[in-house]
Write a protein that binds this ligand. Sequence first.
Ligand code: BG6
Length: 516
Amino acid sequence: MNSSTSSGAATTGISETLEPCSIIIFGASGDLTARKLIPALYHLFKDKQMPVEFRIIGFARREKSDESWRTELRTALDQFSRTKPVDDKIWAEFSKSIFYCTGDMTETAAYTRLEQKLSSFGNPQLRQNLLFYLATQPSQFGIVAEQLHLAKLLQKKNGEAGCGRIIVEKPFGHDLASAQALNNELTRFASESQVFRIDHYLGKETVQNILMFRFSNSIFEQLWNRNSIDHVQITVSEKLGVGDRGGYYEEAGAIRDMVQNHMLQVLSLIAMEPPVSLEAEAVRDEKVKVLKSIRPLDTADVAKQVVRGQYFAGAIDGQPRPGYRQETKVSASSNTETFVAMKLLIDNWRWSGVPFYLRTGKNLPMSASEVRIQFRPTPNVLFAAQCGSHLDANALTLRLQPNEGISLRFNGKVPGMSLGVRPVRMHFSYDAEFGAYTPEAYERLLLEAISGDATLFIRRDEVETAWQIVDSIRNGWQNKPLTNREFYSAGTWGPIAADDLLAQSGHAWHEPQVVK
Ligand code: BG6
């Protein structure tokens, strides 16, 4: 999106514009560091996108030396790297910049050691230009920010280099009140412009392409409103169950895990007005406006417009899957939803009366994320009058993953003497057009954070407005255990009620496309 640094890097292959910086990872012994962060930084380095000089410091409680941490990370990289084998020469060069600082997050002396380490690098920019990645429990955000501030590593300013930036992971709170409390904690010692809230969907190439597609082509945007669009379907389906994340998932459920963040982000990119510029604040202003225009749901609306579900035992691709209540760390009487479908209305000039249907779930028949823009049917004359229900309305599908691409569906005449009509498709495929290019979302996001561009990160008002929507739905579920019709067999498209939700308005879910 908006990044002079990354576009510069793309053309020259070298990020001359990025200032030397140090990235400090709190909770460095955790899974995220080994699986995502180090592989992403390694690839940025490999692609010559990192600043000319940088340091990565892991901060965690376990006693380790720089050398032992490097060895550990290398083993993990062999497993998690998206390119294999790991390039020994590049790793040797890259790992010289990796260090480890043993310390407890509450211990002041540990931050003094961190400060000394940063100063020992000799280059004042490596001590000044700091990026703190909080891969920790949210309950620790406040104390880390405070300790960093006391150690003079984090100062509340306007986000310019030299005052520190903080990256935080989801989940960002579990409801509006807890998100506000976290925001208040973080902004005691950093201004909003220094806080980078991650939603990895925004790092996906195809999600970024939504804005490019809408605002760099003149033909689609003219149709992008209630005059031409009948409804929009956003599906994020996952073939996997909750696996070993039962403990976390019991607290989250599909609505907090997927809707509050990823799905509402996709919706806001699809529905937003053109921003006045590609600057972070301009883009984020428009996204927030969409979220604020979503019609609030009271308890009666939730009963009518939101369907939840939980999977019971079933099979996918012939493999048996246990029911959710049988998963590890899940209560045998759990009411947590593993599926949710909803109809949202956006009360603004552009979208008034156009339903946005969202659905997501675990243990569904396929893993696919896509947005389907369903256009209005033609008037019931000419071919429509002759063909009746055989004449499909046009649809534009943005396939976010897999088979990344865009398809336009329209009607074509079946060759021959009769007036046979058949829907046909025009496909654009990323791979076919640009070759396989699959950088991890974290690569892009880390690069943007290093360069200080917040466009792809969630602003405070965005996260809080999204929680308001989710809270209202959860309120509607309060004291209502799941009923029989809310269960679905693993390997199906969710409870029947999800189909009924659309059928009420004469609509039907479309299965994600598999394009060869
Ligand atoms: C995460 C959720 O944020 O996103 C997971 O916590 C989910 O439950 C994942 O599986 C989906 O991400 P992706 O990139 O695989 O679509």
